[in-house]
Design a protein around this ligand. Structure first.
Ligand SMILES: Cc1cc2nc3c(=O)[nH]c(=O)nc-3n(C[C@H](O)[C@H](O)[C@H](O)COP(=O)(O)O)c2cc1C
Length: 186
């Protein structure tokens, strides 16, 4: 059972979250993480990055973790643009009933993590996906001084260029949660 970890990242922070989400997915028996990136609009790509996403990746995976940097309090336009290319899947209801979670990286603590996560959730709801956040039973959620929200995983990059321990744990928990639910629905 493949779980798609789909992300856009220009300076590597959202990609770091994607790798933690993948580790969480792979903690779940029978689940494999499929890491894919959304291409940069200017065509500049890392030579050794994850493969570029195709629509078939979405079609084939049993769950989705979607990540974007926060740009002006919302998802990056490249992510929105990619989602607009998924209208064929929407029309045929191909993602309906599959679990999904979201993650983001901001520069600053109050720079719009929750608004970005919510902006990403909206189109996934239109697709009929089952949105899962991070429940407060996950202990790091109550005491994190960095990223991590009930709406999804996050990272605050300016003060802490590397992911904090809480950010790593919460992102892995989200990955494991999506994979676990996908397995139960399968
Ligand atoms: C066009 C643009 C808009 C941004 N807007 C915000 C913002 O609204 N709030 C914030 O905290 N950081 C903002 N940032 C900073 C990025 O969210 C932050 O550097 C993020 O970690 C980048 O992720 P990446 O390394 O995956 O590309 C912005 C950066 C750019 C380039």
């Amino acid at each position: 059972m493949d779980i798609l970890i789909l992300y856009y990242s220009r300076t590597g922070n959202t990609e770091s979250l994607a790798r933690q989400a993948a580790r969480g997915v792979e903690q779940v028996d029978g689940a494999q993480a499929r890491l894919r990136r959304i291409p940069c609009p200017d065509g500049q790509q890392p030579a050794d990055g994850d493969p570029e996403v195709s629509i078939d990746d979405l079609r084939e995976c049993r769950g989705l973790l979607l990540g974007s940097p926060t740009y002006f309090g919302g998802m990056a336009s490249a992510v929105k643009r990619f989602l607009e290319d998924t209208s064929g899947l929407w029309f045929r209801g191909e993602l309906t009933g599959r679990p999904a979670g979201v993650f983001t990286s901001t520069g600053s603590m109050h720079g719009g993590q929750e608004t970005t996560l919510l902006s990403m959730i909206v189109p996934l709801i239109h697709h009929g996906m089952l949105i899962t956040g991070i429940p407060y039973q996950q202990p790091e959620l109550a005491h994190t001084q960095t990223g991590g929200t009930p709406y999804g995983a996050s990272h605050t990059a300016n003060d802490h260029p590397r992911l904090s321990r809480d950010e790593r744990e919460l992102t892995r928990a989200l990955g494991a949660r999506v994979a676990t639910i996908a397995g139960q629905l399968n």
